[in-house]
Structures are given as structure tokens and as C-alpha cells.
Ligand binder design. Structure first.
Ligand SMILES: [Fe+2]
Length: 390
């Protein structure tokens, strides 16, 4: 095991280090709390044996910081106590310490207590390995369901995959989504339409106006059906809840429960938004630059204004990426009359300067240079590739 000893008494440090090394452990030493914390930050440490009265950061603060760290495995803490008072020992144990030894240190007692710590650290490692295996199995199960949708209907499978990717992006932008929620949102989005598997294509391909009542009910049942299917697995229940709600609408006119506004969990709102956006592009074949007006129409109705704004942000970035593919970025001094602007030119404040598709003439080029001179725009604009003569 990697053991860190923190004590300001050089004789204690030397004695403990020599014993622990003899018992086969790798030993690190610190004479003060700050050095101990630096070592923990840069080296894998399984156990800390620390005096409570350390110069700089004291033992209590060191213990608190170690317990707040979540990125590494469990660190077993043994406190070296100078006092024998019951209250003092209880206070130390309550603050997160696993065990204590008292000075003067008895070597046999130390050996026994380090062995106890080693057993717990090893149990923790075994547990972590098993959690890794269970997590991997969980992810494989989700992918198995996802592949099953591909086999049944590759359009449906593709829609679910793209919806999951977009929902994860939206989750990254939404201030109300924590790191722990994103995997649940991703799982639910990947499987959000799994309940569609049993619905005949002949119904799914109909226009909304052609669907009769019992077909509409069958179609709408896919949200609750999907939730029932994946909710069979206990750890998938949080994702199942989002699947059930992926057709709820901000205005309360969705299904199956007619929830409105904040009654709809953020995760379900993001999956709904991602699914709608994907359908606009892949089913509706709507061009990227026409999507903002469509989003405007459903903002405050199907989607909350906040979630619609996030989709708008993603749409602007996608439009920009597309424009980059179709355009060359040129410096203002290289512009010539006849070139066509590929994307709207805006000031750093966002104010509009020149529209996409404008064919440049000498006046237009001078206008851009003027805005550059006053520091309002950068020195580069996107020009449609087909109008750039090399
Ligand atoms: Fe759906």
C-alpha cells in the first residue's frame, strides 16, 4: 500500500517510515499539513497516518479535504493522538477518521491497525472493480436495446442515436443539469422511442390529419409503453420516467399526463427538444437557416423559452460550421469586388453589419474596413468558396 505519514516530529516520522517500509509498504513523508495535501494531490495514496496538530493545515482540515475528494478511491485515515480523552477521540472519529493510535506509539498496535486499514482498502478496491463491471454491463444493455431498434427500423434507431447526442449537448448548456444527471438523460434519449417498436409503420407514416382516434391513442401509448419496457430494469427507472415524459409540452397539451412548465423534468424537456429538432432536419428536411423561425413558433408552446434558446444556440453554431465548410475565411485586404459574403457579418456586440449572400463591391469592402478600423469587427470574413478566384 501507499502510505503517507504526516507528523512534525522528525523522530516519529523516521521511526514510522522505517517500520512501514519493513512491512512492505511504500512510504511518503510530510512534516506539515500543506506538504501532506500536495503529496495526496500528486500521488496515489491508500492510507494516511497523521498527527492532528500539524503546522500549516491542521489534521482536522486535512481529513476534511481528503473526505471531500471523490475522484480517487477510498483513503483510510489513522489519526495519531496525543490525548487519551474519550471526547477527543470521539470528535476525531466523527470528523471522518477511521481509526486512531496514541503516542507513544506501540509498534504491535500500529501493525495490527495498518493491517485492518489494508483489509478495508482492498475490499474497497474489489467493490470498485465490481461497480465498473456492473456499469459496463448497464451500458452494453442500453446499446443492445439501441441495436434492436436499428434492426426493427433503422430510421427509428438513427433518430434515437442523434437525439441522444443532441440531448447530451443541451444538457451541457443547461445550468440546471448536474454531471450525474447527464448519463440518465443520455440513456433515456437513446431509448426514448423504444415503445414505437410495436406500432405499425402504416400508422406512423400517416399525416396527422389522416390518423383516426384509435390510431392516435395507439401512437400516443408509445411513451408510456417505452417507460414500462425499460422500467423493468430497476436502475433504469429514472431514465424510464424521462421516456414517459418525452412528449409532454410546456403548455400542458402534450401526453400522456398533460404536464406543464416546471412539472416536466428538465431531462424530459431536453429529450423532447432534441427529438423535435432532429425531426425538423431529418423528417421535415428543413434547412438549418430556416429552423430559427420554426423554433420561434413552438417557443413557449411545445418548448420552454429557455430550452428553445438553447436549441437556437446550437443551431447558430451548426449554421456557422456549415458556412465554414462552404466558405473561405479571408482577411479584409484580400477582398475583391464580386465576392459573396457566406455568413452574416456582425459586430462583436452582436449588432448587424452585412447580410449573408451580399455581393461585395468597392463600397461594401470599404464599409467592412471602416468597421474594422473602429474595432467593431475582426479582420476576417467568410466568403463563399465558389466566388473566390485563386
Ligand atoms: Fe416519441
Amino acid at each position: 500500500m501507499n502510505i503517507l505519514i504526516a507528523d512534525d516530529d522528525p523522530a516519529t516520522l523516521k521511526r514510522l517510515a522505517s517500520r512501514l517500509s519493513a512491512w512492505g509498504h511504500t512510504v511518503h513523508q510530510a512534516a506539515d499539513g500543506n506538504t501532506a495535501w500536495e503529496i495526496i494531490g500528486g500521488t496515489p495514496v491508500d492510507m494516511v497516518i497523521s498527527d492532528w496538530m500539524l503546522p500549516g493545515m491542521d489534521g482536522l482540515e486535512l481529513c476534511r479535504r481528503i473526505r471531500e475528494r471523490h475522484e480517487s478511491g477510498y483513503v483510510y485515515l489513522i489519526r495519531i493522538s496525543r490525548q487519551h480523552s474519550k471526547a477527543d477521540i470521539v470528535r476525531g472519529l466523527a470528523s471522518g477518521v477511521d481509526d486512531y493510535i496514541t503516542k507513544p506509539i506501540d509498534v504491535d498496535t500500529l501493525h495490527a491497525r495498518v493491517e485492518i486499514g489494508a483489509r478495508i482498502v482492498n475490499l474497497q478496491r474489489t467493490l470498485n472493480r465490481k461497480i465498473e463491471i456492473i456499469t459496463a454491463n448497464h451500458i452494453q444493455t442500453i446499446h443492445m436495446f439501441s441495436r434492436m431498434m436499428d434492426v426493427v427500423d433503422d430510421e427509428l434507431g438513427g433518430h434515437c442515436r442523434r437525439t441522444a447526442d443532441l440531448a447530451v449537448k443541451l444538457a451541457g448548456l443547461h445550468p440546471g443539469v448536474g454531471d450525474a444527471e447527464t448519463p440518465v438523460i443520455e440513456t433515456a434519449a437513446r431509448l426514448h422511442d423504444i415503445g414505437m417498436v410495436g406500432i405499425p409503420k402504416s400508422i406512423l407514416n400517416k399525416r396527422r390529419t389522416e390518423i383516426v382516434e384509435n390510431e392516435r391513442q395507439l401512437y400516443q401509448s408509445h411513451a408510456a409503453m417505452g417507460a414500462r419496457i425499460i422500467g423493468e430494469i430497476a436502475i433504469m427507472k429514472p431514465a424510464a420516467l424521462l421516456v414517459r415524459m418525452h412528449h409532454e409540452q410546456y403548455n400542458g397539451k402534450g401526453f400522456p399526463d398533460g404536464l406543464a412548465g416546471d412539472e416536466i423534468p428538465v431531462g424530459a424537456q431536453l429529450i423532447s427538444a432534441a427529438s423535435i429538432y432532429d425531426n425538423m432536419i431529418h423528417k421535415g428536411k428543413i434547412a438549418l437557416d430556416r429552423i430559427p423561425e420554426r423554433l420561434q413558433r413552438i417557443r413557449g408552446y411545445q418548448l420552454s423559452p429557455q430550452v428553445a434558446a438553447l436549441l437556437m444556440e446550437i443551431n447558430v453554431a451548426q449554421q456557422h460550421d456549415l458556412a465554414r465548410k462552404m466558405a473561405d475565411e479571408l482577411e479584409l485586404d484580400d477582398l475583391t469586388a464580386g465576392m459573396v459574403i457566406a455568413a452574416n457579418v456582425r459586430m462583436k456586440t452582436g449588432a448587424f453589419v452585412m447580410a449573408a449572400d451580399t455581393e461585395l463591391d468597392d463600397y461594401g469592402i470599404d464599409k467592412l474596413k471602416h468597421f474594422k478600423t473602429i474595432g467593431a469587427i475582426s479582420n476576417k470574413v467568410l466568403i463563399r468558396k465558389s466566388t473566390v478566384r485563386r
